[in-house]
Structure formats: C-alpha cells, structure tokens
Design a protein around this ligand. Structure first.
Ligand code: ZN
Length: 162
C-alpha cells in the first residue's frame, strides 16, 4: 500500500540541524499521523507521497521550505514588569495577538536583568532540517479518524465530540 491522502502513516524519524544536533526524533514509539491533512510539515509530507512500508529516505529542507528565514525584526525587548508576578525563563512560550489579529507564538529568548527579549520567530526559523525517515506502516484511516482529521493511536478515542 502506497502513501496517499487519508492513509494512516507510521514513521520513525530523526531530525537534525546542519551541525548534527538532534532537534527531534520519534524515539522508541513511532510517530503516527494522517496523511494529506497538514498534520506534518508540508515538505516532509510531500516527500512521503507514494512511499511504502519499509522505505527509508533522507530529506533536507532549507529554511524557506520549512519554518522560514530568521527575521530579527520580530524580536523585541520589554520590561520584566510586563509579566507581573509570573515566573519566566528562557525558552518559555506564550501566545500573543499578531498584527493581523492572528495568534502568534512568542518565545522568551533572553533574560538580562529587567530586560526581557521576546522573539516572534518560530523556534526552527532559519534552521535547515535534515530528516532521516523510515516508513514503518501504512494503513487505511478509520472513518472516525478521517472525520477528526487526525489519528487515534492504538484505537483510542481523543475524546473530541466533533
Ligand atoms: Zn479525534
């Protein structure tokens, strides 16, 4: 069975940056997703099209094909007071309202005394993604999975009523 839209795909993968640091990996538990529903990054989903169980491949996604170039203009230094009594640390993320009223993910990238640098770039902006992928399984998705647009691993329901 080849990978196509509406199939449930199980993969093992490792994701490294250009320095060879592991950014993400499926580890022991394989990663399962519903193909063709934007549940994974588009460049990886495209590369998986038509692959079948047992296939292995490597994939390099440049920033422009992944999370975009790093944009220094969307960092900002704000005062510690803006966070009130909240405990903050580097790497913390929170949602804020973007220019176009879309929610954007903001990351605290630096804490320098009272000066807090916040960064609106996706954490992997400017990073070249180096994937090594093995297709572990390809199966038909269930009707419930298709109606939800995601996979219910091990037959569990996600509890969504939609
Ligand atoms: Zn669900």
């Amino acid at each position: 069975m080849n990978i196509s839209t509406d199939k449930a795909i199980t993969i093992n993968y490792t994701l490294k940056d250009d320095e060879g640091n592991t950014i993400d990996e499926s580890k022991d538990s394989s990663f399962i997703y519903l193909h063709g529903h934007n549940n994974i990054i588009p460049g990886l989903e495209n590369a998986l099209n038509d692959k079948c169980k047992g296939d292995t491949f490597e994939l390099v996604l440049k920033p422009e094909d992944a999370y975009g170039e790093y944009n220094p203009a969307i960092t900002q230094v704000i005062k510690r007071d803006a966070f009130g009594d909240e405990k903050i640390e580097v790497g913390m993320q929170f949602h804020a309202q973007g220019d176009d009223d879309q929610p954007v993910m903001i990351t605290i990238s630096e804490i320098n005394g009272d000066d807090i640098t916040i960064d609106g770039n996706p954490p992997l902006a400017g990073v070249t993604l180096n994937y090594a992928v093995e297709v572990m399984d390809v199966r038909e998705a269930t009707e419930e999975e298709l109606s939800h647009g995601h996979i219910h691993a091990h037959g569990e329901s996600c509890g969504d009523s939609h």
